[in-house]
Write a protein that binds this ligand. Structure first.
Ligand SMILES: CC(C)(COP(=O)(O)OP(=O)(O)OC[C@H]1O[C@@H](n2cnc3c(N)ncnc32)[C@H](O)[C@@H]1OP(=O)(O)O)[C@@H](O)C(=O)NCCC(=O)NCCS
Length: 356
């Protein structure tokens, strides 16, 4: 029987930090509000394109799998912040990592995107349509931030994570998954004035809008429901779950999802304090950090759950394989920068104005 398993993992978090104290200087907010309402203490601001973040994460994932780009036959890149509308950013990454002739496409399901791409990769491999798929979740969200809108400006950050999915004879990998959407609610979390609906006008500013409490309610409901469904479909009881790796949008959403699944805090991976919400990148970054910290043992039962713009939601239950250490390492890194998070965000303030 043919199965598909994750054999490599990697991340790229850009060096420039934007702390809550930094935010207090450009937005009408404060550390106490952000910490208690979201759990976020700081986030990263990229000085390079999204494709470059994705390249570095991908090189680490390939090395961990003992592979090079030339071994990959399909790249699925989950992102809602492509370098350009055309071409797909995944094709740029294909060239950068030397994945000669590999298929490449972007997947936009906002914050749920990584699980959409990962479950597609699993099915492509299990069906025999691909041998080795590189799945990336990568975002450069900070160019869209408007610091006059404090409810969104404090939430998002930049980063990338990647995994390699390969065929195996071992009964491991994805056991069950759930994908869903509700387009009727699309306007409660959207970035307007960025697509062709604007027509030929070029004099309108990108417009990141969110009804926070409405998104919050739906995220708690759908992440909990989808998570419980994949656990039941995997044939697990709640005690069988070793680790929940949820999308990192808000620590209160994570806590509510964990409660719904009956999980104690030690069975939930949380790193939102360091990176904020990096949309499609949160789960592969968290998975990589969980492995680096020894939180995943051979044969572990993992649950992923996510929610995002669309609205979209997704969850997956998977059995980890026998290897939790990388086969190799890569020295891939971003070009160094001395710029601070505040330096890199000065253009946003020129465009939208300051929130203080
Ligand atoms: C955005 C979010 C943190 C706001 O928290 P909340 O408890 O729902 O707060 P509300 O939006 O009801 O606002 C409460 C008050 O805080 C204020 N507020 C909002 N953002 C603030 C900020 N950054 N700093 C200080 N005050 C803020 C509001 O203006 C409001 O003030 P008012 O009562 O005087 O009108 C929360 O709704 C959330 O996390 N939603 C989900 C967002 C998300 O995950 N999006 C990505 C989806 S993947």
């Amino acid at each position: 029987m043919r199965y598909a398993t994750i054999t490599g993992w990697g991340k790229c978090t850009p060096p420039a930090v934007l702390s809550n104290a930094d935010l207090e200087t450009i937005a009408d907010t404060n550390d106490e509000w952000i910490t208690t309402r979201t759990g976020i203490k700081e986030r990263r601001v990229s000085h390079v394109n999204n494709s470059e973040l994705a390249r570095v994460a991908a090189e680490h994932a390939l090395a961990a799998a003992g592979l090079t780009g030339a071994d990959i036959d399909l790249i699925l890149m989950a992102t809602c912040t492509p370098d350009r509308l055309i071409p797909a950013t995944s094709t740029k990454v294909q060239d950068m990592i030397g994945a000669h002739g590999a298929g490449a496409m972007d997947v936009n399901a906002a914050c749920s995107g990584f699980l959409y791409a990962y479950s597609t990769a699993d099915k492509m491999v299990r069906a025999g349509a691909a041998e080795r798929v590189l799945v990336i979740g990568s975002e450069r969200l900070t160019p869209w931030l408007d610091f006059t809108r404090r409810n969104t400006a404090v939430l998002f950050g930049d980063g990338a994570g990647a995994v390699v999915v390969e065929a195996t004879d071992e009964p491991e990998g994805l056991l069950s998954f759930e994908l869903g959407s509700d387009g009727a609610q699309g306007d409660i979390l959207c970035v307007g004035n960025t697509g062709s609906e604007t027509g030929p006008r070029r004099d309108v500013l990108p417009d990141l809008r969110m009804d926070g409490p409405e998104v919050f309610k739906r995220a708690v409901t759908m992440m909990g429901k989808a998570g419980a469904k994949v656990v039941a479909e995997a044939g697990w009881g709640l005690d069988d779950i070793d680790l929940l790796i949820p999308h990192q949008a808000n620590v209160r959403i994570i806590d509510a999802t964990a409660r719904r699944l009956g999980l104690p805090p030690e069975k939930v991976f949380v790193n939102i304090a360091s990176y904020g919400n990096t949309s499609a990148a949160t789960i592969p970054i968290a998975l990589t950090e969980a492995l680096m910290e020894g939180r995943i043992q051979p044969g572990a039962n993992l649950v992923f759950a996510a929610f995002g713009g669309g609205l979209t939601w997704a969850a997956a239950a998977l059995k980890w394989g026998s290897r939790t250490q990388p086969i190799g390492t890569s020295d891939a890194a971003l070009e160094p920068t001395d710029a601070t998070g505040l330096d890199l965000l000065a253009p946003n303030i020129d465009l939208y104005g300051s929130g203080v």
